[in-house]
Each structure stands twice: as structure tokens, then as C-alpha cells.
Design a protein. Structure first.
Length: 152
């Protein structure tokens, strides 16, 4: 079971990790210390990317973290923050941070559209929502005391 969760953790976004953690809670509501939690703690390193004021409301900006361009989005209409790779896999352009963000579908899936080619990607899972087989990396984000941290 741990191997299954460990595999799932490396292939999902931050909100999905919280769902996985809730699946292993005991019936009394206490979560045992597990290898999953240790893996999470060892896997995610939080990096100060910028200040919250640096990212426009309902828009994005790019930060260089560990040598990689990371697009950070302030989806203020939803009160949520997201981070993805900045590279659009369709034409290999560093552009996603300049894309428009919005929601799609019955479940209001948060998305970003490449500003050049209009390919859309889920901000939660990284899946291409335009019907293509492209995918982008997503990263967990937390905002504390006006500072934006990205987990890599």
C-alpha cells in the first residue's frame, strides 16, 4: 500500500496529496506517522519565489527556481495560488506565465492558456485540456506573510 501511495504522490498536485493523506487516517481521526509523510517531507523543498505583490491578481509571473523557469499564478477570483513550468510543451516557448487563467467544465477546473497557441492546461494536474497529449509540471504553492513559496 505504501508503494501505491508513494507512486501516486509523485504523480499528482499538492491538493491531491492532501486527499491521499486523508485516505490513510484512522477511524478515530488520528493519522499515524508513516513513510508517506516522511517521503513528502523529504521530497518537497520550499523555495522563496517572490512576494505576493509581485504577481498580478488573476495573472501570472515567472521566477527562476533551481535553474528552472516556474510560472506562478495568483488566481485571486478563487483565492488560490498555482505554479507550473513556464515552458509550453507545444512549441517549446517560455510563455505560460503570460497566459490567461480561467476555469472550465462543470467542476470549474482552473486552467492557463498559452498566450501564443491557446493550448490550455490544468493548473491542478498539468494535463492538456485542448485534447492533445501534452502535459506540464505543476508545483505546490504556499503564501505566508506576503511571501510566495514554491515546492520543488
Amino acid at each position: 500500500m505504501i508503494l501505491d501511495f508513494r507512486f501516486q504522490i509523485f504523480n499528482c498536485g499538492f491538493s491531491e496529496i492532501e486527499k491521499l493523506k486523508s485516505k490513510i487516517e484512522n477511524s478515530d481521526g488520528c493519522r499515524p506517522k508513516s513513510k508517506i509523510e516522511m517521503t513528502l517531507e523529504q521530497t518537497i523543498t520550499w523555495h522563496l519565489a517572490c512576494y505576493a505583490d509581485d504577481i498580478p491578481e488573476n495573472g501570472g509571473a515567472c521566477a527562476l527556481i533551481e535553474g528552472e523557469q516556474v510560472a506562478i499564478y495568483n488566481f485571486s477570483r478563487r483565492g488560490e495560488w498555482y505554479a507550473t513550468q513556464n515552458l509550453c510543451p507545444h512549441r517549446q516557448q517560455m510563455a505560460l506565465s503570460r497566459g490567461m487563467i480561467g476555469s472550465t467544465g462543470a467542476e470549474s477546473e482552473p486552467k492557463v492558456a498559452c498566450p501564443f497557441h491557446k493550448k490550455t492546461f490544468s493548473l491542478k494536474t498539468g494535463a492538456c485540456l485542448s485534447g492533445d497529449e501534452y502535459e506540464i509540471k505543476t508545483y505546490p504553492v504556499k503564501v505566508e506573510n506576503g511571501q510566495v513559496f514554491v515546492g520543488i
